[in-house]
Design a protein around this ligand. Structure first.
Ligand code: AMP
Ligand code: MG
Length: 333
């Protein structure tokens, strides 16, 4: 069985094609770039997606050497994400499904990150730290659902890094802002105290962002030391919550995914936590191509859901900006 998946929940537009052995035939992506100094504007990002969706689908077919009639299933991201962006993917998926007569599956984006991680990372049952520009959640499977063990109470961690970088006048023209800050942080060494905000199992970044921006504006600290201090603080918070989820669930695997998962310092901290948490606790990251938003992960989740008997009625294909992983009954594992 071969599945085509469309991802369009934020700035990335992705189309992936995968089969039921997990072989990826295509994973094409284009990214909307906002003007310098501003964040993602949902309507502009959705205009970008509308402009390029047909090209990206065609490129995926070309990369896969498959023809449309060889596809058995169409999957797309139902949510969470930016409404206008999600709608472009949903409309394209409905169109492909209706014109080809192939079934349509609407999938949850964070669960797709988890499932591609299980497939590619060779993991069975991980505690997942999902950290991106739009999401921050600690997710683990328990009693028939992917439960959210901890999450941000306000802005996502990637957004905190991005806005701090913009406030500091750093440019993300050449590489993602989080990577720019990572490079700055490697030059820093003085830890400047920054509030450490965990509430129960949840984390909060908006006050930290304001505080760090004020430190920057005071002119007393350099960007390298502030980047270093910001990273050390917010990553320690994320690693702490991940470890508490690990302790609670007694699982033995940790996976990190999302754009911020590319960060070497975060991966090192998670690796150290896993090794010191208990014997045999295994930590895994993914290569960037599959850790960040992509169509293959959507195609894969659609495929395993379909094989488990799930079907999406056309009337159920409206997007849901706030679609939570724990809303989905997991009948495929
Ligand atoms: P996503 O939302 O999954 O597409 O990921 C985008 C987010 O990942 C943005 O906030 C980026 O700044 C962030 N990001 C990308 N590379 C890195 C990195 N090396 N370290 C920290 N954050 C990063
Ligand atoms: Mg994502």
């Amino acid at each position: 069985m071969i599945s085509l998946g469309i991802e369009s929940s934020a700035d990335k537009l992705g189309v992936g094609i995968i089969d039921d052995t997990g072989e990826i035939f295509a994973n094409v992506r284009r990214t909307y770039k906002p003007p310098k100094g501003s964040g993602i504007h949902p309507r502009e990002a959705s205009d970008f997606h509308s402009t390029y969706i047909a090209d990206v689908i065609r490129d995926a077919y070309l990369e896969s050497n498959l023809t449309p009639d060889e596809i058995d299933l169409i999957s797309f991201t139902k949510g969470p994400g930016l409404g206008p962006c999600l709608r472009v993917g949903a409309v394209a998926a409905r169109t492909l499904s209706l014109t080809s007569g192939k079934p349509l599956i609407a999938v949850n984006h964070p669960i797709a990150h988890v499932e591609i991680g299980r497939l590619i990372g060779g993991l069975d049952d991980p505690v997942v730290l999902y950290v991106s520009g739009g999401n921050t959640q600690v997710i683990a499977y328990s009693q028939g659902r992917y439960r959210v063990f901890g999450e941000t109470l306000d802005i996502p961690v990637g957004n905190c890094l991005d806005v701090f970088g913009r406030n500091a006048g750093l440019s993300d023209k050449e590489m993602p802002m989080g990577r720019v800050i990572e490079i700055e942080a490697e030059k820093g060494s003085n830890y400047i105290p920054i509030p450490y905000v965990i509430k129960g199992m949840d984390v909060s970044f908006s006050g930290i962002l304001t505080h760090t921006t004020k430190l920057l504006e005071s002119g007393k600290y350099n960007i390298a030391d502030l980047s270093y201090s910001l990273q050390e603080t917010i990553f320690a918070m994320l690693v702490e919550v991940t470890e508490r989820a690990l302790a609670h669930t007694k699982k033995t695997e940790v996976l990190v995914c999302g754009g911020v998962a590319s960060n070497n310092r975060l991966k090192k901290m998670l690796d150290e936590m896993s090794a010191s948490h208990g014997k045999g606790v295994k930590f895994k990251g993914l290569e960037a191509n599959l850790a960040i938003d992509n169509g293959a992960m959507i195609a894969w989740l659609g495929l395993i859901m379909y094989k488990a008997g799930n079907r999406t009625a056309l009337s159920d294909t409206l997007v849901d900006q706030h679609f939570r992983p724990d809303d989905v009954i997991v009948n495929w594992r």
